[in-house]
Write a new protein. Structure first.
Lengths: 233, 416
């Protein structure tokens, strides 16, 4: 029995170390990295060290603890140990990333959260950076304009520019959005706007194409799927 | 690097008023707990002072005003009569002595946990605030405050109605020149671990205290929230530690525990506008012998209420949704709850505190979702992940029920 207990302990420690490494790999690279590269379902099999620790707990304490106490400790091994291993792997990965000097900026985190929409919104923010603080009209707060139609997101990304979904106001700037997040493409503004300038964001160059002397007519732009800004007359 | 250094000092400095406030509340004989909870109380008091100054006295926030507010709060916290801190000095001496003693597996686990928390704190200085709500609400408000110094104006641009606690902590971080406010969050995890450990250590052995602490930290999503700038982790920390102190009050009847329990539970309203702390306040009544005597029947009644609400046509859809979205998602914790409940029932247990806390939180969740559904019909179905995040505290609540499972002769410290 002593041999079995020792064997369970060795297996517990070994599998714990292996799974810390696997969780480290997952956190260091990206979600699902282990499955993509090693074809091993980490989340499903994370219970393996828990099984070994449970066996060791059972063998070690079966005589000294009551059934309910033993059951609780075994549950702890099954539930908490995989979570603790995951946490250790995650912290190890974060530490390694820092030691390697990987560059983490707020801009990168915004890009990770809002994707390419952030690139466009950042362009608008920079474009209007010399203008006095103003309010911009944005698409309705519903799909497909998940990001560009959400005033909270737009306020935080365009600050100090404020945004509103209400088209009745005569604010000078109207956002053009071809966002298609979670619903079919719907170009906005979907109404005509007398324009002083139409600024179209060029996704390839990252620079604006400025069109003057032409009003905004959504029918003329449907094919291009433009992103940009209208400055009203 | 200099910014990081001043940032560490400024963020940790919030513990100073917190430590002295805790010493006043808990008494000078409990320095370890006072230190463990110092960052929590300190951060609450300083942010409340900044908020009151700005909102009610219309004083704009800038570095000078903020630092002066911190210093005033610290000075006031020092005013209560200074007691003898010999016990604290002794504690510090003993703490360093332990490093020279032989390493046991339990001690090793304690060291690993401490290193893990320390590394989490250090790494957080290198990562930006990420994730939706953090960027658009909590961190954004801090940045407006940093630029404009006025809280009232920002409600136009952000979600109104969210308490300012974490935003003011982010503001405090930016004030020190830090580029990220992430170091704030590992401090909540550390306070949670230290708080649970030192409170439990008062009446349990070190190994059991440590085991329960690790289990609480390893509960789903708790540790992962160390790296997320949301309010779920701070809320959990205040709610569960508040419940733990109220539990102590029901067991030992020390008014200091009751006061600390109420302070921590009330602080949840400064973190999020959710009513789960009313369960903690309700549990205070378990100290009344008559109610304690019938706690078993009260537990049966609350579980009966949950079952009735589950089968009642008006609430069935919501109850069924919550069963799927929260309880089944956090499996097998609900199984542990049932095991504790049945074990209590058959072993004639007198300790029903955590069973009542668990079902109480569940009933508030059900009632809250019902009211929410009246206001925004059907909307709750699409926000299941937010509901899961909101409820991360239910699992530590059931882990703490383990306190009552082990018999006293194993658990109670010899010198207690």
């Amino acid at each position: 029995m002593k041999f079995l207990t020792k064997l369970a302990l060795v297996a517990s420690i070994a599998t714990t170390l292996i799974f810390i490494y696997l969780f480290y790999l997952e956190s260091f690279n990206y979600d699902n990295y282990v499955f993509a590269t090693l074809h091993f379902n980490l989340k499903r099999f994370a219970i393996i060290p828990g099984i070994f620790w449970s066996s060791w707990t059972f063998l070690k304490f079966k005589k000294s603890l009551k059934l309910i106490q033993l059951a609780l400790l075994i549950t702890f091994c099954f539930v908490s140990i995989p979570a603790a291993i995951n946490a250790t792997g995650m912290v190890a990965a974060k530490s390694h990333q820092i030691l390697l000097g990987q560059d983490y900026t707020f801009q990168k985190s915004l890009y990770k959260t809002f994707g390419n929409d952030y690139v466009f919104i950042n362009f608008i923010k920079n474009y209007l950076s010399t203008e006095p603080t103003t309010t911009m009209i944005i698409p309705p707060n519903k799909l497909p304009w998940r990001h560009t139609g959400n005033p909270q997101i737009m306020n935080s990304l365009l600050y100090p520019i404020e945004t509103t979904n209400n088209t009745k106001y005569g604010y000078p700037y109207i956002l053009i959005s071809s966002e298609e997040d979670g619903a079919a493409y719907h170009l906005w503004p979907d109404f005509k706007v007398p324009a002083k300038e139409i600024i179209i964001y060029n996704w390839e160059t990252g620079r604006p194409d400025i069109i003057t002397g032409r009003d905004w007519n959504p029918d003329e732009w449907q094919e291009q799927k433009p992103w940009g800004l209208i400055i009203r007359k | 690097m200099t910014n990081n250094f001043t940032g560490i000092i400024a963020i940790l400095a919030l513990s100073i008023p917190g430590f002295f406030i805790n010493l006043t509340v808990l008494g000078r004989k409990r320095p370890a707990e006072s230190l463990a909870l110092s960052w929590l109380t300190g951060s609450v008091v300083v942010t409340l002072a900044l908020y009151a100054l700005n909102t009610y006295l219309n004083i704009g926030l800038n570095p000078w005003v903020s630092v002066l507010t911190f210093m005033t709060v610290t000075f006031i916290s020092l005013l209560p009569p200074a007691g003898n801190l010999t016990r604290f000095n002794l504690y510090i001496k003993n703490f360093f002595k332990t490093f020279r003693e032989k390493i046991t597996p339990i001690k090793a686990a304690g060291y690993i946990l401490t290193i893990l928390l320390l590394v989490s704190f250090i790494t957080s200085f290198f990562f930006p605030v990420a994730d939706w709500d953090a960027i658009t609400v909590f961190d954004f408000r801090a940045k407006i405050l940093f630029n404009e110094g006025v809280i009232k104006d920002m409600t136009i641009m952000t979600y109104a109605g969210y308490p300012m606690y974490t935003s003011l902590l982010h503001y405090w971080a930016y004030l020190t020149g830090l580029w990220t406010a992430m170091p704030v969050y590992p401090l909540f995890t550390a306070s949670f671990a230290a708080g649970i450990y030192f409170v439990l250590k008062r009446f349990l052995t070190k190994p059991v205290s440590l085991l329960i602490t690790i289990a609480c930290l390893a509960a789903p999503r708790i540790f992962a929230n160390t790296f997320i700038a949301y309010t779920n982790l701070p809320y959990t920390v205040f709610l569960i530690l508040g419940a733990l102190y109220i539990y102590l009050w029901t067991e030992e009847r020390d008014w200091r525990d009751l006061l600390m329990g109420i302070i921590l539970s009330a602080a949840t309203f400064w973190v999020r506008s959710f009513p789960f702390a009313v369960v903690n306040f309700g549990l205070v009544f378990l100290a009344i012998p008559f109610i304690k005597k019938y706690a078993k029947y009260l537990s049966l009644l609350t579980i009966g209420a949950v079952l009735v609400l589950y089968f009642l046509p008006v609430t069935h859809a919501i109850a069924d949704y919550l069963k799927w979205a929260v309880y089944e998602y956090y499996s097998p914790y609900w199984v542990v709850f049932i095991a504790f409940f049945l074990s209590g029932l058959f072993s004639e247990s007198k300790n029903w505190f955590w069973i009542l806390a668990y079902t109480g939180y569940g009933l508030v969740l059900l009632a809250g979702t019902f009211v929410f559904n009246q206001k925004w019909p059907g909307y709750y179905q699409g926000i299941y992940d937010a509901v899961r995040r909101m409820m991360i505290f239910i699992n530590p609540a059931i882990i703490l029920a383990a306190i009552s499972i082990f018999p006293k002769q194993i658990l109670v410290k010899k010198d207690a």
